[in-house]
Design a protein around this ligand. Structure first.
Ligand code: NDP
Length: 271
């Protein structure tokens, strides 16, 4: 009998998680099954309870349920607690523990796959939603020189910092509006969902340089952010590597084995 896992979201048909986890399982000789599960927008809790009852070992959670998942977990890891959102749940009998692997996925992709060290760098984080909230603490742990957070709703960015209990003056963190960004950054991370609607962000060309990495968490297509960064000389990356890296971290939590991510990223790029 294989241990059962799944990813829950709405919509979910597009999810590459089953492909990724099947590849990890094959590579590491683990016997698991992994499926996509569409939960009704008002039916996440019922769906989760049903999977626990059916003996699933854990699930990944994606849009729009990460915050609800966090609330339904009985215990949280430190990084899930800081993020206030859970994308990886571990079922142990009736007990549900919540983790968040998005930040580790991003930092691993940037440092390991793209070979850009974040220590001592000036980082700009665009966005203050669930994804930004999940990656801010892991970014801080990478010891950059400065992190600037910019969001369309500036108050939300301030709230995010408050939630993470970050004192602006002591940590080199500040909040700006998109329009107030003027200086160049070493690493610019787009954690907004503006790319979903092909919307360009109102950010100046001057924040990019030939030495910048512009990272869009979205994957699957070139976003206006990526286009703008490319036109202004930056190295550009999408979020496919982050997707695979956060999955690898979840696989490790569930199975105690760390899969190789590079072949899986290459497989997805080739599709
Ligand atoms: P949320 O809905 O929680 O947050 C959306 C964010 O985008 C907010 O900061 C919002 O600003 C901003 N935003 C939305 N539309 C616009 C716009 N037109 N102009 C400017 N800002 C805008 O989404 P998530 O944080 O969960 O996800 C963000 C992105 O990250 C998505 O594209 C998602 O697919 C991607 N992602 C990728 C992952 C990966 O593994 N590669 C993992 C997790 C997320 P405001 O607060 O002002 O509304």
């Amino acid at each position: 009998m294989s241990d059962k896992y799944a990813v829950i979201g709405n919509p979910i048909a597009h999810s590459k998680s089953p492909l990724i986890h099947e590849a990890f399982a094959k590579q590491t000789g683990q016997k698991i099954s992994y499926e996509r599960i569409l939960a009704p927008l008002d039916g996440f809790e019922v769906t989760l309870e049903s999977l626990v009852t059916q003996g699933y070992k854990g699930v990944n959670v994606t849009v729009p349920f990460k915050l609800e998942a966090y609330e339904l977990c009985q215990t949280h890891t430190g990084r899930a607690f800081v993020a206030g959102a859970s994308n990886t749940l571990i079922f142990n009998g009736g007990h549900i523990a919540g983790d968040n692997t998005d930040g580790a996925g991003l930092v691993n992709d940037i440092e390991k796959n793209l070979e850009v060290c974040l220590q001592g760098k000036q980082i700009l984080l665009l966005g203050a939603g669930g994804a930004a909230q999940g990656v801010l603490q892991p970014l801080l742990e990478a010891q950059p020189k400065v992190i600037t957070v910019a969001n369309r709703n500036v108050d939300k960015a301030h709230l995010m910092l408050k939630r993470l209990a970050i004192k602006q003056a002591t940590c080199g963190i500040s909040v700006l509006s998109f329009e107030a960004l003027t200086q160049q950054y070493d690493v610019i991370i787009n954690a907004t969902s503006a790319g979903l609607t092909e919307t360009a962000l109102p950010i100046a060309n001057g924040i990019f340089s030939n030495n910048s990495l512009a990272y869009d968490m979205m994957y699957g297509r070139e976003t206006p952010f990526m286009q703008q960064a490319r036109e202004n000389g930056a190295q550009v990356a999408d979020g496919l590597g982050m997707l695979v890296e956060q999955a690898a971290e979840a696989f490790y939590i569930w199975r105690g084995v760390r899969p190789e991510t590079q072949p899986v990223i290459a497989m997805l790029r080739a599709l």
